[in-house]
Design a protein. Structure first.
Length: 288
């Protein structure tokens, strides 16, 4: 028989049965029926061409060939498990929860994480929920957003500024539709309240459920959006958006990275944290 026909999945059944010398106990450990264990061993015996066990009224006993084969098969199987465990340990899966609005900032940085930390696999979940509860949620890390936050590491503070398509830059602001990232006018009202020299009225308004949607609408020329200046810096740098004003207004809210306490993933989470924070420090010194 060819090597490819070797019944690999029957080896564990043989090793467990050899340890117990009892089909009932072996079947229980393997979570199989006695019949299934017997068939696996029979398949292995057919491949070898000799019996591995001798059946007696009182149970099983290893045959002479089975006794001779057992140490080598056991060592080979243990080596296989060790190699598999080492391979699994080399890649850490970080389950990351991120509010949808932060994705514009995060995606370029995930590309950097992938390049600098190839052993990390980021399992990303986006949500409109800006908080995380590690006691009830199965995430390893999260980017959270809100005011008066102190947990974790500061990524950036929210600072609002108007943005629009470069093609609309010469349009009077009063003539444009004001694009709101929420169902109210809070963000635009805050920014306008700090611009004494701009007595503007929001005649036409369009409301969205997320800042990301409002930014996308502005990019496509629908109007002028109010957006966090950090979230749109890549779009501005690439020429997809433009800022009609240099001013921005801090809201008191911030984006922060929080990590679950995990001994098993401590090294991977530390590497992920260092990568994000290091990139954030580079961003702070880069002009928009």
């Amino acid at each position: 028989m060819s090597r490819r026909s070797f019944p690999h999945n029957a080896v564990d059944a043989f090793l467990v049965t050899a340890r117990h010398l009892n089909l009932t106990h072996a079947a229980k450990e393997l979570c199989l029926t006695q019949g299934a264990v017997s068939r696996k061993i029979a398949t292995l015996e057919t491949w070898f061409g000799f019996p591995l066990f001798e059946r007696h009224a009182r149970g099983l006993r290893l045959s002479s060939q089975g006794s001779a084969l057992l140490p080598d098969l056991q060592a080979a199987f243990e080596h296989l498990l060790t190699v598999a465990e080492q391979a699994r340990a080399q890649q850490t899966v970080v389950r990351l929860k991120v509010p949808t609005c932060a994705m514009r900032w995060l995606v370029p940085r995930l590309l950097e994480v992938e390049r600098d930390q190839p052993e990390l696999q980021i399992a990303l979940t986006t949500t409109t929920d800006h908080t995380v509860n590690f006691k009830t949620e199965s995430y390893d890390a999260a980017i959270v957003f809100g005011t008066h936050l102190s947990a974790g590491d500061l990524l950036f503070e929210e600072a609002l500024t108007p943005v629009m398509s470069p093609l609309r830059m010469h349009s009077p602001l009063d003539s444009l539709t004001f694009l709101h990232p929420t169902r109210d006018k809070t963000d635009w009202s805050l920014w306008l309240s700090r611009q004494a020299e701009l007595p503007l009225s929001m005649h036409r308004n369009q409301h969205f459920d997320t800042m990301d949607l409002a930014i996308t609408a502005a990019m496509q020329g629908l109007g002028v959006a109010i957006a966090d200046e950090t979230l749109v810096e890549e779009d501005i740098r690439a020429g997809r958006l433009a800022r009609p004003f240099d001013t921005s207004v801090k809201t008191g809210a911030s984006y922060r990275l929080v990590l679950r306490e995990s001994r098993a993933k401590a090294a991977g989470l530390a590497a992920f944290r260092a990568c994000l924070l290091n990139q954030g420090s580079h961003d702070a010194s880069s002009p928009v």
